[in-house]
Design a protein around this ligand. Structure first.
Ligand code: TPP
Length: 274
């Protein structure tokens, strides 16, 4: 059964957070922290911006969403289910041997997955290629790439920023989930990148920082990014909290990898309003 898309990004995000907690409790897989930091941005994209549905996934004029931080596959599949793009029951197949719903995302196996991801640092490059291809083939639609802030340690991110600016890819939007944590420490401890907004600007992009949990701000920025800045790629630094929404997960590094047990699941669902 396909779910009917809920238009309210807040409610969409709440339901996705609940579902992800249940799935991670069942599968013992995780990356829940990085899923929860990104889910508000993803909710705005899928309810307000992308205009994607089961019938237009092959349309060359469609908007394209690339999940570059492919480790949040659980969140991605859940978003696709709540957007009505994959059957809701398919979430049961996540991490089952022989099924397509793996721990990282794979293209051509699940509708709505535009790129195989997991090895960080590639979504921005593929996004450049797709945005450039749209331009030279005369297709409409924008390309949105969601990446992590730890992922920005990868040199390929900066190469793609230079490329995007050089070729004036105004149909390309990089979204950085700025939750200040990566897998084994904070960004500042592991490899401090300083002011990301200024860095992207110095590479020739239009860049702004917004509250990545404020639905209105996210939507406003995403709409302005492609319409008000001709000749420049846009970068939205989404200031977020890893584990956002569940008190004992927020800003706690271990929830990059940890999955909730039954007791923690009950507490999480309570906090998320079930
Ligand atoms: C090229 C590469 N190096 C290392 C990893 C292992 N890895 C998986 S998630 C992760 C942390 C990434 O941090 P960030 O991009 O900030 O993700 P988030 O905190 O938003 O989940 C790492 C290092 C990987 N997937 N790919």
């Amino acid at each position: 059964m396909y779910k009917k898309l809920i238009n309210d990004p807040k409610e969409f995000a709440r339901l996705v957070r609940q579902e992800v907690a249940k799935i991670n409790c069942r599968t013992k897989d995780s990356h829940i922290g990085g899923g929860y930091s990104a889910v508000d941005v993803m909710s705005v994209l899928y309810t307000r911006i992308l205009n994607l549905n089961r019938d237009n996934l092959e349309d060359p004029n469609r908007n394209i969403f690339i999940l570059s931080k492919g480790h949040i596959a659980t969140t991605m599949f859940t978003v696709l289910a709540y957007a009505g793009i994959i059957p809701y029951e398919d979430l049961e197949k996540h991490l089952i041997d022989g099924e397509n719903y793996a721990g990282h995302t794979r293209r051509y196996t699940v509708p709505g997955i535009e790129m195989s991801a997991g090895s960080l640092g590639h979504g921005s490059c593929v996004g450049c290629g797709m945005a450039y291809a749209k331009r030279i083939q005369g297709y409409q639609g924008n390309v949105y790439v969601l990446m992590g802030d730890g992922e920005c340690n990868e040199g390929s991110v900066w190469e793609s920023a230079m490329f995007a600016a050089r070729f004036q890819l105004s149909n390309l939007v990089f979204i950085v989930d700025r939750n200040h944590f990566q897998a084994y420490g904070s960004d500042e401890e592991v490899l401090n990148m300083g002011d990301l907004e200024e860095k992207f600007k110095s590479f020739g992009c239009h860049a702004v920082t917004i509250d990545g949990h404020n639905y209105e701000e996210i939507e406003k920025m995403l709409r302005a990014s492609v319409s008000e800045h001709p000749g420049k790629p846009s970068v939205m630094i989404a200031d977020t909290v890893k584990g956002k929404g569940v008190s004992f997960m927020e800003n706690r590094l271990e929830w990059h990898f940890k999955s909730p047990n039954e007791e923690q699941l009950a507490q999480a669902l309570k906090e998320l309003g079930e």
